[in-house]
Design a protein around this ligand. Structure first.
Ligand SMILES: C[S@@+](CC[C@H](N)C(=O)[O-])C[C@H]1O[C@@H](n2cnc3c(N)ncnc32)[C@H](O)[C@@H]1O
Length: 381
């Protein structure tokens, strides 16, 4: 039997429907494609299946250009043309806001999708190192084995130079192993970040410039990993902040704080990782920094007066206690930066019940060749 793919949903699965009306999820497909399916697996509330044959391929389908495609666990969206990937991911975001947030996309403005170079963009990565076999690579698709990589086409040049000449990576892997920080994959994980001039491994501090701001960053802390789109993301967030008191919650090394700072404005940044805060103090000296979990800090801010609250939580989204605590500060505007539109949708609904309306949304395709993207949602009281 032939199945037609209706659309892509969270995680990049294609959605189709069985004769009995059950939802079937399939990977490696594109909307509109006509496919034969096999290996049906019943899950709770849906069926998983795999493509056996593509009867009618989408015009947007291409042969994945990377030689490691299908084996390496990264970059699973390479089979779509570069120019349609962001559009399809924007569709997934709007769908999640509608389904999980209960907000009709016709009720807010969707700003133009922001895209950049589709290859060679990534300046932060976790290499997996097998010290005994002297191999470096990434974990395989759906398995815990290592795919040795000689050149990764989404990484920037300086990170690829490390793959060509991996001596420093083996040294760093040994340091990780002796300090028991190697990760849980069975291989030693070595984080790397490419700054302006040098690559940081582990806790080495390097300088990186975004727009006209200089940051000090290590590979061990969070920093956005697309060097081409970060200036657009930071200026979009900063240009939508209003008023003289702004909070930057989940601040990392103060990436947004640096752009939010301006004469006459108080910027308060909260981040639980101490290493982030000590780096942030070097490049954003005029902000007030607090190093503790946001949910714990927020409980003590009864009666706070704030004009704009920026939140940029990890994939799990906001702690359930936060939307009502943040709403109690009565800020005019909330700027929600999200890397997971499922938890964004859930949190938007919580903010809606606290009196905030979603005004606009903009998707930044920070991670071409993958199903990930970054979204900025602007809510007004
Ligand atoms: C998605 S990153 C955003 C960082 C920063 N806004 C940026 O763009 O570079 C999320 C940050 O939140 C921090 N974090 C995670 N959970 C937290 C919590 N409960 N309280 C405070 N910070 C947290 C992480 O250490 C990380 O730096």
């Amino acid at each position: 039997m032939a199945y037609q793919i209706e659309k892509l949903i969270q995680g990049g699965a294609g959605l189709t429907t069985s004769k009995e009306g059950k939802r079937i999820l399939v990977m490696d497909v594109l909307p509109g494609e006509l496919v034969e399916l096999g290996h049906f697996q019943e899950k709770s509330g849906y069926i998983r299946a795999t493509v056996q044959n593509i009867l009618q391929a989408s015009e947007d389908r291409i042969t994945p250009p990377c030689p490691y495609w299908g084996r390496c666990g990264g970059c699973d969206f390479q089979y779509a043309k570069d120019e349609v990937q962001g559009v399809l991911k924007e569709g997934i975001v709007l769908d999640n806001i509608k389904r999980l947030g209960g907000i009709d996309p016709a009720s807010f403005l969707t700003e133009k999708l922001e895209t950049g170079p589709a290859w060679g963009y990534r300046n932060r990565v976790r290499f997996h190192v097998d010290i005994a076999e002297r191999k470096v690579g990434f974990l395989a698709r759906k398995s815990k084995s290592l795919v040795p990589i000689e050149h990764c086409p989404i990484l920037c040049e300086k990170l690829n130079a490390l793959l060509e000449n991996p001596g420093r990576l083996f040294e760093a892997a040994r340091t990780q192993m002796f300090s028991n920080r190697g990760g849980s994959s069975g291989f030693i994980e070595v984080p790397a970040f490419s700054g302006d001039d040098e690559v940081s491994l582990l806790d080495e501090v390097v300088k990186t410039t975004v727009g006209d701001h200089i940051f000090f960053v290590t590979a061990s802390v969070f920093f956005q990993s697309n060097e081409y789109l970060l200036p657009a993301l930071t200026s979009y967030v900063a240009s939508h902040a209003v008023g003289s008191t702004v909070m930057d919650l989940y601040s990392g090394v103060g990436t947004f704080s640096a752009f939010l700072q301006q004469p006459g404005r108080q910027v308060i940044a909260v981040e639980r990782q101490k290493q982030c805060i000590s780096l942030a103090k070097r490049h954003t000296p005029y902000c007030e920094f607090y190093s503790e979990p946001v949910e714990q800090w927020a409980k003590r801010q009864k009666g706070a007066a704030v004009d704009t609250v920026v939140v940029d939580p990890p994939r799990v989204g906001l702690d359930a206690s936060l939307p009502s605590l943040i709403a109690s500060w009565k800020s005019h505007r909330i700027i929600y930066v999200s890397c997971n539109s499922v938890t964004l949708g859930r949190d938007l609904q919580r903010f809606a019940s606290e009196g905030y309306t979603l005004s606009q949304v903009k998707v930044f395709d920070l991670y071409p060749q993958t199903f990930h993207s970054e979204v900025v949602a602007i809510l007004d009281r």
